[in-house]
Design a protein around this ligand. Structure first.
Ligand code: XLS
Ligand code: CA
Ligand code: CA
Length: 439
C-alpha cells in the first residue's frame, strides 16, 4: 500500500507552458512524440535514492537541516523498509520510470558482512513489492565503496588485500540485488580509487588491481546471467586528490588498456565533467566517439563554487546542448537521465524535493524540444558539413582513405604552391542561430 507523506501534492501532470501551477509540468509531456519517439522514452528520468532520501543536507560547517517526517532517525531495517514505501510514493507522483541506489542507501550496514547482506535482502523484498505495484525499476544499482572507514585507502585499489576482498564481496552482492530487481544497469564510481601522495603509493599496481576487480565483476555478471549494462562514472577529484577515473578520456584509456571496453560504457555526470575542466558536452562527445556513451547523471555545478555541488539542472542552454548530442548519437539504449542532484541546505522541506525534480524534468523536456528544433532547422549541421567539405573529394578524400603518403602530399603542395584560403569559423553567427531556436 502506498504511503501518504506527499498527500498534499497531486500526481504531477502536463499542463503546458501557460500553466502557473507549480505542481504541473510545463514542458514534459510524457506521451508527446518528438523525432518519432515519446518524450518519456527519450528522457528516461531516474531519481536517486541517496540525495533524495538519505542526504541530511549537512555541510562542513553545519548539521543536516532536512525535515523528513517519515524517518524515525534510527538505523534499523524497519525504518529502511518504510523509507522504500515513501520513496516509491514520490517516484510515482513525479511520474519517473526509474530510480538509482547504493546498497548502503537502502539498507543499514551491520557489524558483519553476513548480517549486512541479510539486512539488504529484507529491504530488497519491500523494493520488489513496490516495483511490482508501480512498474518503476532501477536504472542502475551500485555499491558504496567510499563511506566506511575500511575504505580509507581505497576499495579495489587499496594497499590492503583484505579490503579488496571485502569490496569484491560487496559488489558481488550489489550486482546480484540489482539483477533481482531487474535493473537496466550497474555503475562503478570509484570514490576512493585514487591517491593523495605518490610517496606512499604504487600507482601501477593499484590500477592493475582495479582492472582485475572489474574483470571479476564482468565474470560474475556473466555467471549469474545479469544482462544490464556496466558503467564507469568519471570524476576528477573529491574525495581523493588524484582520481584514477579522472574524465571520459582517462576512463576510456583505462578500459582499453585492460581489455574492458567491451564490458563497460560511461555514465557521464555534468558536475564531474566541469570539475575536470571540461564541459559536459565535451565528455559526452568523447564517450560517444568511442561508442561508449551509456548514461547521464543529470545535474550541474555552481560557477562560483569549485566543488561538487550536485544541483538540479535548470539551465535550458545546458539541457539543449546535452540533448543535441544525445539525439545525434541515437539516444539512450539502457541509460537515462539520472538526477544525481540534491536540494540546497536551505530547501529542507519534502515539498522542495518535488519542486526540484519537476524543474529538472521540465528543463530537460524543453532541452529536448530545442535540440529537435535545431536539428529540424538544419543550419548548424549544414555549417559543420560545409566546413569539412575539403575532405569529401580531391586531396582530402585521398588522405582519409589512406591513399596518400607524406611524399604525395609534398608533391601536391609543391605543385599547388600554397593552401586554399581558410574560411571564418563564424562562432558568433552560430551562437545567434542557437539563441534564435531557444524557444
Ligand atoms: C559522487 C558520485 C556518486 C555516484 C554513485 O560524486 O556522483 O554519487 O554517482 O556512486
Ligand atoms: Ca553521479
Ligand atoms: Ca557529483
Amino acid at each position: 500500500m502506498a504511503t501518504q507523506y506527499f498527500k498534499n501534492i497531486p500526481k504531477i501532470q502536463y499542463e503546458g507552458p501557460d500553466s502557473k501551477n507549480p505542481f504541473a509540468f510545463k514542458y514534459y509531456n510524457p506521451d508527446e512524440i518528438v523525432e518519432g519517439k515519446s518524450m518519456r522514452d527519450h528522457l528516461r528520468f531516474s531519481i536517486v535514492y541517496w540525495h533524495t532520501f538519505i542526504n541530511p543536507l549537512a555541510d562542513p560547517f553545519g548539521m543536516g537541516t532536512a525535515v523528513r517526517p517519515w524517518d524515525d532517525g534510527s538505523n534499523t531495517v524497519k525504518n529502511a523498509q518504510k523509507r522504500v514505501r515513501v520513496a516509491f510514493e514520490l517516484f510515482e507522483k513525479l511520474g519517473a520510470d526509474f530510480y538509482a541506489f547504493h546498497d548502503r542507501d537502502v539498507a543499514p550496514e551491520a557489524s558483519t558482512l553476513a548480517q549486512t547482506n541479510k539486512n539488504l535482502d529484507s529491504v530488497v523484498k519491500v523494493m520488489k513489492e513496490e516495483q511490482e505495484r508501480t512498474g518503476i525499476k532501477p536504472l542502475w544499482g551500485t555499491a558504496c565503496l567510499f563511506a566506511h572507514p575500511r575504505y580509507v585507502h581505497g576499495a579495489a585499489t587499496s594497499c590492503n588485500a583484505d579490503v579488496f576482498a571485502y569490496a569484491a564481496a560487496q559488489v558481488k552482492k550489489a550486482i546480484e540485488v540489482t539483477h533481482e530487481l531487474g535493473g537496466a544497469g550497474y555503475t562503478f564510481w570509484g570514490g576512493r580509487e585514487g591517491y593523495t601522495s605518490l610517496l606512499n603509493t604504487d600507482m601501477k599496481r593499484e590500477q592493475e588491481h582495479m582492472a582485475r576487480f572489474m574483470h571479476m565483476a564482468a565474470e560474475h555478471k556473466k555467471k549469474i546471467g545479469f544482462k544490464g549494462q556496466f558503467y564507469i562514472e568519471p570524476k576528477p577529484k573529491e574525495p581523493t586528490k588524484h582520481q584514477y577515473d579522472f574524465d571520459a578520456a582517462t576512463c576510456i584509456n583505462f578500459l582499453r588498456e585492460f581489455d574492458l571496453l567491451k564490458h563497460f560504457k560511461l555514465n557521464i555526470e555534468a558536475n564531474h565533467a566541469t570539475l575536470a575542466g571540461h564541459t559536459v558536452e565535451h565528455d559526452l562527445e568523447v564517450s560517444a566517439n568511442a561508442g561508449a556513451l551509456g548514461s547521464i547523471d543529470a545535474n550541474t555545478g555552481d560557477t562560483l563554487l569549485g566543488w561538487d555541488t550536485d544541483q538540479f539542472p535548470t539551465d535550458i542552454y545546458l539541457t539543449a546542448k546535452i540533448m543535441l548530442i544525445l539525439l545525434k548519437t541515437g539516444g539512450f539504449k539502457t541509460g537515462g537521465l539520472n538526477f544525481d542532484a540534491k536540494v540546497r541546505r536551505e530547501s529542507y522541506e519534502p515539498t522542495d524535493l518535488v519542486h526540484a525534480h519537476v524543474g529538472g524534468m521540465d528543463a530537460f523536456a524543453r532541452g529536448l524540444k530545442i535540440a529537435a528544433a535545431i536539428r529540424a532547422d538544419g543550419r548548424l549541421d549544414k555549417f559543420v558539413k560545409d566546413r569539412y567539405s575539403s575532405w569529401d573529394s580531391g586531396i582530402g578524400e585521398k588522405i582519409e582513405s589512406g591513399k596518400a603518403s607524406f611524399a604525395d602530399l609534398e608533391k601536391y603542395m609543391i605543385k599547388k604552391g600554397k593552401p586554399s584560403p581558410n574560411k571564418s569559423g563564424r562562432q558568433e553567427y552560430l551562437e545567434n542561430i542557437f539563441n534564435e531556436l531557444i524557444i
